[in-house]
Ligand binder design. Structure first.
Ligand code: BGC
Length: 267
């Protein structure tokens, strides 16, 4: 059989309606099987607390636990809270510093025994919203902001992702924006919703000044609570919650995996 036919055959064996997506966050690691054709979860969603210190080994074995729990075999996609370029992690804000310069795709693949593809977690959520959620069919500049332990960003121009924008690291009040306006900052500084809403509004105004998006999509756990702070937002752009809510990261991870898997198999 010719190489191309062989590759096509092995690609056909991968079931696109059951791809494992994993979302690694500062406080929890979540995973589920995803129908990548419909953009829906097709299994229970499991969550394991992020081990501390969040070192490569510890996170690697936590991901393996999810793979085993779901008895999964096949390519899997992992949304990771750092800048990721071709599987290489080169920043570490809310994870252990030993991640810097780790070839994360190899590390996870070695530990899990399955092919792992890695993408920035906010980019993963953005990809899912772009294909199946609030950004679907949106032209122009669209920005997704995930609000959790950090602030994550995904920037789209006419549906095309500009990866690794890391806009939670913009400077605000002499520090990283995420130290001022993330959900962790809300809890840490014991802020009421109006107080935190005012801070988050400052952050969105800053982003609007820089990029003039037509639409902001708010992701992460806070997307369910948007009614608590939307009235404090004065940006001109529309602001909507992520349609896939906090499943966007898992779904986007799985989409990243199936897309990369297919791209490397047919060449
Ligand atoms: C990280 C980003 C990530 C965001 C949300 C930030 O601290 O630098 O890569 O997207 O947190 O998890």
């Amino acid at each position: 059989m010719k190489e191309k036919e062989k590759a096509k055959k092995s690609q056909d064996m991968i079931n696109p309606v059951s791809i494992l997506g994993i979302d690694i966050g500062g406080s929890g690691i979540k995973g589920a099987l995803v129908d990548t054709v419909k953009g829906e979860l097709v299994s229970d969603r499991y969550r394991i607390a992020t081990p501390q210190p969040a070192t490569p080994e510890k996170i690697g074995y936590t991901v393996k636990e999810l793979v085993d729990k779901l008895n999964y075999h096949g390519p899997l996609g992992i949304g990771f809270p750092a800048r990721v370029i071709n599987g290489l992690v080169n920043s570490a804000s809310n994870i252990d510093k030993s991640w810097i310069n780790t070839q994360a795709d190899q590390l996870f693949t070695n530990i899990c025994g399955e092919k792992c593809y890695i993408v920035n977690d906010a980019d993963a959520a953005g990809i899912a919203e772009q294909r199946f959620g609030a950004a679907n069919n949106q032209q122009g500049v669209v920005m997704l902001i995930t609000v959790g332990t950090g602030l994550g960003s995904a920037l789209f121009i006419d549906g095309k992702l500009v990866p690794n924008t890391e806009l939670g690291h913009l400077r605000m009040m002499g520090n990283k924006a995420e130290a001022y306006a993330s959900d962790a900052a809300r809890t840490l500084d014991n802020l009421s919703w109006p107080e935190w809403g005012a801070r988050f509004n400052e952050y969105l105004l800053y982003l609007e000044f820089l990029f003039t998006p037509g639409l902001f999509i708010i992701g992460g756990g806070i997307s369910k609570k948007i009614d608590n702070f939307k009235k404090h937002l004065t940006v001109k752009a529309d602001v909507v919650p992520a349609k896939l809510q906090n499943q966007a990261g898992i779904i986007g991870g799985a989409l990243w995996a199936i897309d990369r898997y297919k791209a490397t198999k047919i060449q």
